[in-house]
Design a protein around this ligand. Sequence first.
Ligand SMILES: NC(=O)c1ccc[n+]([C@@H]2O[C@H](COP(=O)([O-])OP(=O)(O)OC[C@H]3O[C@@H](n4cnc5c(N)ncnc54)[C@H](OP(=O)(O)O)[C@@H]3O)[C@@H](O)[C@H]2O)c1
Length: 341
Amino acid sequence: MPDLRIILVGFGVVARSFAEIVESDGESLARRYGLKPKIVGIADSRGAAIAQTGIDLKKALGSKKDNGDLSGLDGIYHEGMTGAQVIKEADCDVVVESTPTEITAAEPGLTHLKTAMMKGRHVVCTNKGPLALAMPALIELAHHNEVVLKFSGTVGGGTPVLDFAKKCLEGSEVRSIKGILNGTCNYILTRMANESATMKDALADAQRLGYAEADPTYDVEGLDTACKLVITSNHVLGTGLSIKDIDIRGITDISVEDVKEALSQGETIKLIGGVAGGKAKVSPERVKLTHPLNVSGTFNAICFDTFPSGEVTLVGKGAGGPETATSVIRDLLEIRRAYAR
Ligand SMILES: NC(=O)c1ccc[n+]([C@@H]2O[C@H](COP(=O)([O-])OP(=O)(O)OC[C@H]3O[C@@H](n4cnc5c(N)ncnc54)[C@H](OP(=O)(O)O)[C@@H]3O)[C@@H](O)[C@H]2O)c1
């Protein structure tokens, strides 16, 4: 069984979790799935390392922990080398892109994806930005270059939302989609509903617990939900949406009184990303307390309205390093199956 040669562009929470799994569980991956990942390149924001014989992942993880960069990889480290340079210089089968999500120009992720596919490399992407902004063009580029572009981790973290909808609902027509796609907002709204916490206090707790970033705008203003909605809608319904097509309203103007009023009528307020009849929007909506979408805390839930089967709802954790790393493994397995040599 040949090695699957991989370049990791971005070596943060997700990529390091993936590297830890490969390092500690590599034998099991080979035995159970015939998957033998060999990391031949790693890039972060400061530089990169390349070794066609395979990078020592224990050393790479240790260097990142001790130095904040990959400089501990003596002899193979190149300070200042960019992700795009590594993709051009190192020989690989798959590029795993996990740099930060950015939605104005989707960089540097967009350049990494384009460079990789134009070089004939398959891509696994956990970064939502490029797909939220330019998914139809990227899919076209993948077809044109006869490579696979996978992005399971962009929606639902480790919960297989996209594959579930595409593969397990085959035979039913998905007519509309509604989801709670952002754990931070759901945590805040749950605290407001269960404990009458104010938005400010619930957000501060979310930040203290590491659920929300220091700058929580992207979550609470609905942008993260919108990115995931675009990707889900395009993948499952074949819409050609970009984030610019979405009406977006976040949760910042929701008060405890609004939530209490909903509760008095057997409902609660959730930030919903939904698409029906070709129209997509993100907004706070009332959800019946008895509906499966009424999940608490940082959980995500997504409800597919299907014909003739009716509503099917998938619930799971929407983020987390190890969880999202499992989505990378699923994507690699699919690439490996498609291109088994
Ligand atoms: N964490 C999750 O639970 C989760 C779940 C689903 C999807 N995602 C998405 O997956 C992506 C990665 O998430 P993460 O949590 O791993 O993020 P992260 O911890 O912030 O890591 C991002 C990595 O990208 C690197 N980077 C930044 N700019 C770069 C550049 N110009 N060239 C090369 N590398 C660059 C960073 O370098 P330094 O190490 O030098 O800073 C870091 O290693 C994001 O787009 C995120 O939205 C995350």
